[in-house]
Design a protein around this ligand. Structure first.
Ligand SMILES: Cc1cc2nc3c(=O)[nH]c(=O)nc-3n(C[C@H](O)[C@H](O)[C@H](O)COP(=O)(O)OP(=O)(O)OC[C@H]3O[C@@H](n4cnc5c(N)ncnc54)[C@H](O)[C@@H]3O)c2cc1C
Length: 459
């Protein structure tokens, strides 16, 4: 029963008339209707940089903000506030005189040039486009390993970070009252084993997300955790299971990071590891020829990414593995005239690039320039300029590599460089101000241990 916006039903609660009028007015304009899907690193950059005088811009995304993903781990343990690393899309939409719909895209009709959208409430509607920009990112990949989906936590969105912090605090509190449950303050061996399980934290995946989460988690556990739960300190264990660690960095920096995590952050780093099965309290891992199983209280999965299933249904050209939309060097989807794909959901033919925020951001910048350009004949193919990479290791220590003019930095100086870079890369002064005050607050008073999770319910 769903028809084109304004000409048919749009669904309950949605003002069909206003959508129709807006699109109809745009129809008389000579400016092309540019529809941007997503508000991630790639899409947000297109919106920020596009010339709105030349384009009618509509943004469709279920998330009404840009999330500064490199700092999600920091926010997960309360070093910084989540709001400090989120950039709301509405102010930019207003500035660009654009339109935003908080919705999912569920399909694309290439023949009729229509995008099929679904509101968060489930109502469907259509948006016409002249040019379509697809920047819908990826989702965590459990590689179909039994039990991961059901038992692991993930680290992708702010909701994951909130859930993670709440879970860590819940395990500390659960361990804290375990001995009093039988009205006997003396700890039995069974109780010790249970507390050990509750306070065993497992991080799977040794990429930047897993490493930074390990750094932040151990900062928290061995500072606030050890200070405020002193009687439980000796039970805290952090394990990392990964095939390799920071594999995009050179061997020397990888060794530095492994050594720092093991010696300074007290993380048991298991390299060459493949998780085989995750049960509610036990993880089974293959380590070379041997295997091990450990009981855990918290397991967080940072081990890979995969495409959203709906991307395949768009009917676009895909790479050989069928995992990313295939685009040319002008970021145009192969075989399509007016459809572009950027960021993690796409890959450029014969020009492989990693799936990082830096690549997504530069692609967004490039595409905005192309869409704003009057004369398309002088547009050069997209070229990525690597501005370096870095990862926080915990304990005011980090690694930085391939920076302009400097090959590698480690230790406290790298930590300062890491912080300054992320502070500088924020998209607004508001966020820079909030980040600065968060860091200062944490330095002076420590991390906040308030639990807002399920214990705080609306009355
Ligand atoms: C915890 C974490 C830490 C990271 N750390 C780093 C780092 O230190 N350095 C680095 O370079 N990279 C890092 N990355 C990777 C980086 O975040 C990604 O490469 C980057 O986000 C890709 O940008 P994108 O725009 O393609 O996708 P995203 O930023 O994921 O954005 C996708 C957008 O699409 C929207 N969307 C999803 N489904 C739909 C739909 N159906 N319809 C419409 N919109 C939809 C989403 O809401 C979102 O707004 C990290 C990632 C994570 C998760």
């Amino acid at each position: 029963m769903m028809r084109l916006a304004g000409l048919g039903r749009l669904g309950p609660g949605r003002s069909g008339r206003s959508v129709f009028l807006r699109l109809a007015c745009r129809g008389f304009s000579t400016r092309p209707n540019v529809v941007i899907l997503g508000t991630g690193w790639a899409s947000f950059r297109v919106l920020a940089d596009i010339d709105a005088k030349r384009n009618n811009v509509t943004v469709i995304s279920p998330r009404n903000h840009l999330l500064f993903t490199p700092m999600l781990a920091s926010s997960a343990l309360g070093t910084v506030n989540q709001r400090s690393i989120c950039q709301p899309v509405r102010p930019l939409v207003a500035k660009k005189n654009a339109t935003y719909y908080e919705s999912f895209v569920v399909g694309v009709d290439k023949a009729k040039k229509l995008v099929n959208c679904k509101t968060l409430g489930g109502a469907e509607y259509l948006i016409p486009y002249d040019k379509l920009v697809v920047g819908v990112g990826f989702q965590p990949n459990d590689f179909n390993i039994p039990g991961v989906k059901e038992n692991a936590l993930f680290m992708k969105e702010t909701a994951d970070a909130t859930r993670f912090k709440d879970h860590v605090l819940e395990k500390l509190e659960e361990a804290n009252y375990y001995t009093v449950l039988d009205n006997d303050p003396n700890m039995s061996e069974e109780e010790k084993a249970k507390i050990q399980e509750l306070l065993t934290f497992v991080v799977v995946g040794g990429g930047p997300t897993g490493v930074e989460l390990c750094g932040e988690l151990t900062d928290f556990l061995y500072n606030e955790g050890a200070r405020l739960y002193g009687h439980l300190k000796s039970f805290i264990r952090v394990h990392m299971f990964t095939y390799d660690l920071l594999n995009t960095f050179d061997q020397e920096l990888q060794d530095y990071a492994i050594s720092h995590l093991r010696k300074k952050q007290n993380v048991q780093v298991h390299l060459g590891a493949f998780v085989q099965k995750v049960e509610p309290h036990v993880v089974h891992v293959k380590l070379g020829e041997s295997s091990m199983s450990i009981r855990y209280g918290t397991l967080v999965w940072c081990a890979g990414i995969k495409p959203h299933p709906f991307v395949k249904s768009f009917g676009f050209a895909m790479n050989e593995r069928g995992s990313q939309i295939l685009v040319d060097r002008f970021l145009k989807v192969k075989g399509e005239d007016d459809i572009f794909a950027i960021g993690d959901c796409s890959t450029i033919e014969d020009y492989w690039l990693p799936q990082t925020a830096q690549v997504a951001n530069q692609e967004g910048q490039y595409l905005a320039k192309c869409l704003s350009n009057k004369d398309s004949s002088n547009i050069k193919p997209f070229e990525f300029h690597n501005k370096g990479m870095m990862a926080y290791l915990g304990g005011f220590n980090a690694v930085m590599a391939n920076l302009p003019g400097v090959n590698r930095i480690t230790g406290f100086i790298a930590f300062l460089g890491w912080r300054f870079t992320y502070w500088f890369l924020q998209l607004s002064m508001r966020n820079r101000f909030m980040l600065s005050t968060d860091w200062f607050r944490t330095l002076l008073f420590g991390r906040d241990l308030t639990r807002f999770g399920p214990r705080s319910r609306p009355t």
